[in-house]
Design a protein around this ligand. Sequence first.
Ligand code: NCD
Length: 305
Amino acid sequence: MNHILDAEGMEREWLEELFNRTDNFAANKKSLLNKQQGKIVATIFYEPSTRTRFSFEAAIGHLGATNVSSEAAGAFSSAKKGESIEDTIQTMDGYVDAIVMRHGDDDSAHRAAKVSAVPIINAGSGSTHHPTQALLDMYTIQQLLGQIDGAKIAFGGDLVMGRTANTLAKAIASMYKGITMYGINPEGKGFDEDVINYIKKQGAWFREVEDFRQLPKDLDIIYQTRPQEERYTDGQAVPRVLAINNDVMTHFGDSTYIMHPLPRVEGERSEIHKEVDCDPRAKYFQQSNNGFLVRTTLIDQILER
Ligand code: NCD
């Protein structure tokens, strides 16, 4: 079964094939139009989403497949009546050819995959996994740098609860060579020890810094993230997030690109000030556009098997 659950389950050969297919699709948008007519794909979202859900649903629509969807599954599915993930999945897999699911529990996608007769695509589980975001992030990095081997990447924002940074760091470290990674950690709340150990074990070089200005000027990518306020429910303090503004960007060269999975915090507390949007090194909207391309190709590949 070709589930997409986490970074650990990815292989470079498969990834390169996916990126080649995505390049082909980007160059000829008609090539996948209505290719999966007659197939049905469920999108079940227990947590809010803009980019992930709409890009998946746009992808399913482009492929000509039918989409059955719950955008607030916690309130509108039988989860509200206390039904387990397992029972929901064992019901849905009788209706559809693949299931895209986002849920607040770290192990939700893995639990779903254990009982599912159709592929499970994890669209975000708890604070740990967001594999399809990592796919579009890596695709974007490859577009920007030409290749990912040898990349120098710094992760900023909320590295404790941020599933996007955690998944991307692990995926890149495990599949690419000569990787240098930094965690921006101003107050002792960075990546979990387990994540750092995993990254190092895969052969990536890793160091923590306290400020953007301690990073090399020829850094390739700054991957910034939002403080995950909604995940600190037990009184734990939300990590302090250092903001990127035009002044911070003067420290870096012309080819240090800024990425962010979005959404960002608006206003004065924003982790990327709006003024940075005009900087040619700001690539977060290119990144979100790639979500449609990569997810269309991914769904097509999964339904093909
Ligand atoms: C992220 C998520 O849901 O984890 N958004 C996304 O999928 N693009 C990031 C976030 O919510 O901070």
